[in-house]
Design a binder for this molecule. Structure first.
Ligand SMILES: Nc1ncnc2c1ncn2[C@@H]1O[C@H](COP(=O)(O)OP(=O)(O)OP(=O)(O)O)[C@@H](O)[C@H]1O
Ligand SMILES: O=P(O)(O)OC[C@H]1O[C@](O)(CO)[C@@H](O)[C@@H]1O
Ligand SMILES: [Mg+2]
Length: 485
């Protein structure tokens, strides 16, 4: 049963055998008697040959695909794709695109494909770029976007629309949308951005405007829940290999060489975990989700000493948010924040490098040669690779189909390999994290041979957190994210 106009409750439909559809809002939920139109794709020579090109109105995608014969069918999301009937006439559409938060490979590809999708699939001619993130709505000029303007941008890193943190003023943003006559708003950004998009959607609905608000999830850290993975993640992991290779070459070429590489990941260690698994040269990976300690039995220093004795060199990958517990006590970590309210972290790589040097030269009187590599921005300020480009294209086309079909208040995302429309609240309710009791982290531990740093007490504490983490049908703990299955 769907919920009606002005109702801010989730739109949940249930069916047989425990089937649940976590549906997304639609313009018709709060605007009655909207006209509909035939989808122009049915006359498009490229698509008209495809059998069953249009998505069936009841198509949905399960969130969990590992099941037992008696498990309820569980939560589903609406399948993305073109609908037979659409809620906008092409000439009526006035779309805008905005990018917010940190950079991520593929931003320009998503912009390009939204513009080209609107033009070529739906004949839409009015598309604006909002310059400089959310504050650009009310403080900056807009940029007219055409297929010609965006033709080559996927070959460049960054975002041609520029980005920013902070400056989200819902009223001013919706005033600007209304004043400019914009009726489709495409918002590309991470968890913070999607929270902002949800507020814009609520205000648009409160004012009763025929304006679609649609999100495209972007995060280099892969910390957005529900979706399989975020675009640009593979590109970043690939680029991180260059830094790890350099650290390895340096470390193995000198007596007791230690290469330390710091990678992004403020709250989630996916980049560090994947870069480590991909490389095979890494001896230790430190992430925010797995607390570690330096001194004593089972600590990092002991492990480093053993590794140097066995192998003569080692490589450590550290995510920027790792080691909060040990780090906090030893540096002046004033609680600083960026304009969006995200924690600004002191340099854990530098701190760790100094601690290692100090320990081995002063306390162990051992010669070590430590090289610290911080490729932070290099892994995200690059164009997306081929596979991320295809992924960005599918995301962009899906979001355009959803908007043209009148869906709103949703994020377009890949779930179990299928494009879906996910309600904002499922994207913003929590952050995706590496689950260290999951198989993927076990694979990492077995590949690096590093200690788990989990004393009996920590393991017990970690078990208490399990209830808040989704489980598979077998009761196994798993992250939402297909990257860790
Ligand atoms: N709770 C919130 N409500 C409204 N707007 C928000 C909220 N959180 C963040 N924003 C806005 O969203 C934009 C981007 O947020 P933020 O800087 O946290 O990046 P993000 O979207 O999380 O991306 P990433 O963390 O991957 O770089 C900013 O303009 C910020 O003001
Ligand atoms: O310095 P900036 O641009 O705020 O971005 C840094 C942050 O952005 C993120 O990549 C998230 O986008 C974090 O991992 C990182 O701490
Ligand atoms: Mg964020």
């Amino acid at each position: 049963m769907g919920l009606g106009a002005g109702d801010h409750q989730p739109k949940i439909l249930t069916g047989e055998a425990g089937y649940v559809l976590e549906d997304v809002p639609h313009l018709s939920d709060y605007i009655p008697d909207l006209p509909t139109y035939t989808n122009p794709l049915q006359d498009n020579p490229a698509y008209s040959v495809v059998k069953q090109y249009f998505v069936h109105v009841d198509d949905s995608v399960p969130q969990k695909i590992v099941v037992h014969k008696n498990t309820p069918r569980g939560v589903h999301f609406r399948r993305a794709g073109p609908r037979q009937r659409i809620y906008f006439d092409s000439d009526e559409v006035h779309a805008c695109i905005v990018t917010c938060g940190g950079l991520c490979p593929g931003l320009n590809t998503v912009i390009r494909e939204i513009v080209c999708g609107l033009y070529h699939m739906y004949g839409v001619k009015k598309v604006l770029g909002v310059d400089g993130g959310y504050k650009g709505f009310y403080a900056r000029n807009t940029i007219p976007l055409t297929p010609k303007v965006v033709n080559d941008i996927h070959k460049r890193g960054g975002t041609i629309l520029h980005t920013s943190r902070g400056g989200h003023d819902t009223t001013k943003i919706v005033d600007s949308i209304q004043d400019r006559g914009i009726n489709q708003v495409y918002i590309i950004g991470g968890d913070g951005t999607q929270r902002g998009a949800s507020l814009i959607f609520e205000e648009v609905r409160r004012r009763g405007l025929k304006v679609v608000v649609a999100g495209i999830p972007k995060t280099i850290d892969n910390d957005i829940p529900v979706i399989d993975k975020s675009f640009g993640f593979d590109t970043a992991v690939e680029e991180a290999q260059r830094a790890i290779n350099a650290a390895h070459v340096e470390a193995e070429s000198i007596e007791n060489g230690i290469g330390v590489v710091k990678l992004m990941g403020r709250y989630s260690g996916f980049i560090a975990m994947y870069a480590t698994l991909a490389s095979r040269d890494v001896d230790c990976c430190l992430i925010p989700e797995s607390p570690f300690y330096l001194e004593g039995a089972g600590g990092l220093f002991e492990y480093i000493e053993n590794r140097l004795k066995e192998n003569g060199h080692m490589v450590i990958v550290v995510a920027e948010g790792a080691g909060e517990a040990v780090f906090d006590g030893s540096v002046n970590s004033e609680a600083k924040q960026d304009a969006s309210g995200n924690k600004l972290l002191p340099d854990v790589g530098m701190w760790l490098s100094e601690k290692i040097k100090e320990h081995f030269s002063r306390e162990r009187k051992m010669v070590i040669n430590l090289k610290y590599i911080d490729p932070t921005y290099m892994i995200r300020a690059i164009p997306s690779n081929g596979s991320d480009n295809v992924y960005c294209t599918l995301l962009a086309q899906s979001v355009v189909h959803g908007a043209m079909a009148g869906y709103t208040g949703f994020t377009s995302g890949l779930v179990n390999g299928r494009q879906t429309y996910i309600p904002f609240y499922r994207i913003t309710e929590r952050q995706n994290k590496v689950v260290i009791t999951d198989r993927m982290w076990a694979r990492l531990l077995s590949s690096t041979n590093q200690p788990s740093f989990l004393g009996a007490k920590d393991a017990a504490v970690d078990k208490t957190k399990e209830d808040s983490v989704p489980k598979t049908a077998e009761g196994e703990i798993c992250s939402d994210n297909n990257l860790v299955k």
